[in-house]
Design a protein around this ligand. Structure first.
Ligand code: FPP
Length: 269
């Protein structure tokens, strides 16, 4: 069953079965399978990355339409620097061109761009383009689109530990006052809520050094679909699956159901 809704002068089709009161506030995605998708078509891996941008556009659109607050995309890991130079260069060029081309659309659609990761390790031109786009979209209040670039979760945690240690050393922070919230506040993602849903495409069942701290209580969703084929319908499928899950946070099913019986597993409102 599908519901047609008028949105920004275009019709979108969102499955009626998606419960708009039970959407995650933050979705994180590992966009995997670009290379395999291209190889299956006898093309160079880079072709897969180019086609992957279409999926990025579709998913950013869908998240905006659904009113999702935060979308984090793993666009380039710190480990990806070890790929062949031609692929790394192509990815950086694609990033610059995509941001340049899409920034007006992001602005128009009320999307605010953020970057997490080792920003300084990116080529100067990427930094410039991203800084400009972040400034241009800074006043937007809709979807927060967070690109993880040159990102390593272990490096991020090490950075947080160094910052906390500096504060302890200078006397600004007492060791006994360090809590999990202190760590959260020193991560790149300090300003964002933790993702409730993490999606990985392309049939790999790994986290790959992605948001290790932030994913502590996330629901994980894996699909065999390669990223260049992942479109709005695939996101809706992931959301429907997410909405079937019972998020217990260490409690029992009975405890969860007694607090919120209408949101219990299998209980449609
Ligand atoms: C993983 O697939 C994908 C990447 C390392 C890059 C993702 C980049 C894009 C989707 C395009 C640029 C994005 C933006 C936001 C402009 P893979 O190459 O590891 O695929 P494989 O596992 O099949 O080899």
């Amino acid at each position: 069953m599908y519901l047609c809704t008028l949105f920004a002068n275009t019709y979108m089709i969102i499955p009626e079965s998606i419960d708009h009161n039970k959407l995650p506030e933050h979705i994180a995605i590992i966009m995997d399978g670009n290379g395999r998708w291209a190889k299956e078509r006898g093309e160079d891996r880079v072709y897969g990355h180019y086609e992957g941008v279409r999926s990025v556009r579709a998913i950013v659109d869908a998240c905006g339409e659904l009113g999702i607050g935060y979308l984090t995309l793993y666009a380039f890991s710190a480990e990806n620097w070890n790929r062949p130079k031609a692929e790394v260069d192509a990815l950086m060029e694609l990033l610059v061109n995509t941001i340049r081309k899409e920034v007006e659309e992001l602005k128009k659609n009320n999307v605010r761009l953020h970057v997490i990761g080792d920003f300084e390790s990116l080529p100067e031109i990427c930094q410039q383009e991203l800084n400009e786009a972040m400034e241009m979209t800074a006043a937007n209040t809709g979807l927060n689109l967070i690109l993880a670039l040159s990102y390593s979760s272990r490096d991020e945690i090490a950075m947080a530990v160094r910052k906390i240690a500096e504060k302890v050393k200078s006397g600004a922070l007492r060791i006994e006052d360090i809590t999990d919230e202190t760590i959260k506040q020193h991560l790149y993602t300090a300003a964002f809520p933790d993702p409730e849903l993490m999606i990985r495409t392309s049939g790999e069942y790994r986290i790959s050094n992605y948001l290790l701290y932030q994913l502590a209580y996330s629901e994980l969703y894996f699909t065999n679909v390669h990223w260049p084929d992942f479109r709005k319908e695939n996101l809706y499928e992931a959301l429907l699956n997410y909405q079937q899950r019972e998020r217990r946070f260490g409690k029992t099913s009975e405890q969860i159901q007694s607090v919120n019986p209408t949101h219990a597993q299998g209980n449609e409102e």
